[in-house]
Design a protein around this ligand. Structure first.
Ligand code: 8NA
Ligand code: MG
Ligand code: MG
Length: 345
């Protein structure tokens, strides 16, 4: 498709919901055999099951808040977004939120709160969260702002409402960058795509806070950049086992252990793979492969889904999968509204 086409917007937002809903089944599982994943996915195709409903989790709940806020405010408004997060949590607290972020969401509900970024800064003895909760909801920033510096700045701020550690919010920056590039068609040249992400993240992680956080947490000097180099190494290899992907990139709830992993899933599934059904297109392969990694499956599949959906477009999303996922229709309608906002700003 053409860069930033309507189809790509719809694909991104809908496939993110699919990843979350379909991935919920395996969240936290240590090992997920591919056979089990394929069984779960073929269950969605079964017409006799009637109206199957897979509920969305925190990933989609918070993404919807970001989308609604960007649309209603025609851009980023921290007060509005903070209020929406708090309201959404109090209306449906059982969506599988991380144990730490719940405290932030409760504080964000207070009408006395002046600085909406303060509750996030108070997390984990003042170090802030490095969970992937900022990254899992970052895609809409790439769908609202056409300019790269805006995507970076607002993805970062939007994450900082709950994740003040640079290893948390820079995961959101990376995820938004990946969706931004994919929307432009950059995944048709995978080597250039990964090189571009590395260049961008090396600059982002050159900031003082990022260097300091990485030192304190005993990570590489530029942790996301270093992981992206690993993604590039794994991409270049003919055969890569699931175990190697998990040990090199991770599958956990830290942004560092899941955002580069999601990016790898997309790149790895650009081509057919012999352990995935021949009738699967790239988007189906990406989601199936993400689930087979185990760990934080809903979030990894949600992030990989957004990047892959922006590449393949809505035509690649199986109708029968979409039908089973709560919030997919809604995401589709909102994607069209974001497309209008993006092309107007
Ligand atoms: P978060 O901010 O609460 O972080 C998630 C977890 O990461 C925390 O509870 C801590 O255990 C750990 N953590 C984060 N930062 C630090 C730190 N500085 N020091 C020590 N430990 C830290 O939540 P989030 O919004 O980032 O969520 C991350 C993931 O957890 C999401 O994928 C979400 O789906 C959720 N999750 C939920 C379930 C569930 O109960 N359904 C299971 C797994 C993950
Ligand atoms: Mg979740
Ligand atoms: Mg999760």
């Amino acid at each position: 498709g053409t860069p930033a086409s309507m189809s790509r917007f719809r694909g991104a937002l809908v496939a993110a919901v699919l990843g979350d809903c379909v991935g919920g089944e395996f969240e936290g599982a240590e090992e997920v055999p591919m056979e089990t994943v394929l069984q779960h996915l073929s269950g969605l195709e079964d017409e006799t099951k009637g109206n199957c409903v897979l509920e969305y989790s925190d990933d989609t709940a918070m993404t919807r808040c970001v989308v609604q806020s960007l649309l209603n405010r025609s851009g980023y408004d921290e007060q509005d977004l903070a209020r929406r997060f708090a309201k959404e949590y109090s209306a449906s607290p059982g969506r599988g939120y991380g144990s730490g972020v719940i405290q932030v969401l409760k504080k964000l509900a207070s009408p006395q709160l002046v600085d909406v970024y303060q509750p996030a800064r108070d997390q984990f003895n003042g170090r802030g969260s490095f969970g992937n909760g900022g990254a899992m909801r970052a895609a809409p920033f790439a769908l609202a702002f056409p300019k790269l510096p805006d995507v970076k700045q607002f993805a970062r701020l939007g994450a900082m409402l709950t994740h003040s550690c640079s290893l948390g919010y820079n995961g959101a920056v990376l995820q938004a960058l990946a969706v931004h590039l994919s929307l432009q068609g950059a995944l048709s040249l995978p080597q250039q795509f990964i090189s571009r992400l590395i260049t961008e993240m090396e600059e982002v992680e050159g900031e003082e806070e990022a260097l300091r956080d990485a030192r304190i947490l005993k990570e590489a000097e530029k942790p996301f950049s270093e992981r992206l180099h690993r993604v590039r190494d794994l991409m270049d290899r003919n055969k890569v086992s699931i175990e190697e992907v998990i040990s090199e990139l991770g599958n956990g709830i830290a942004a560092l252990h899941s955002v580069p992993t999601a990016i790898f899933c997309v790149l790895h599934c650009l081509q057919p793979r012999d352990y995935l059904p021949e009738n699967y297109g790239g988007l189906e392969r990406t989601i199936a492969y993400s689930l087979a990694l185990g760990g934080d499956t809903d979030t990894i599949a949600c992030m990989a889904g957004a990047i892959a959906g922006a590449h393949y477009g809505i035509e690649a999303v199986p109708q029968r999968w979409m039908r089973c996922c709560e919030g997919a229709e809604d995401a589709d309608m909102n994607a069209a509204r974001l497309h209008a906002l993006y092309h107007q700003t």
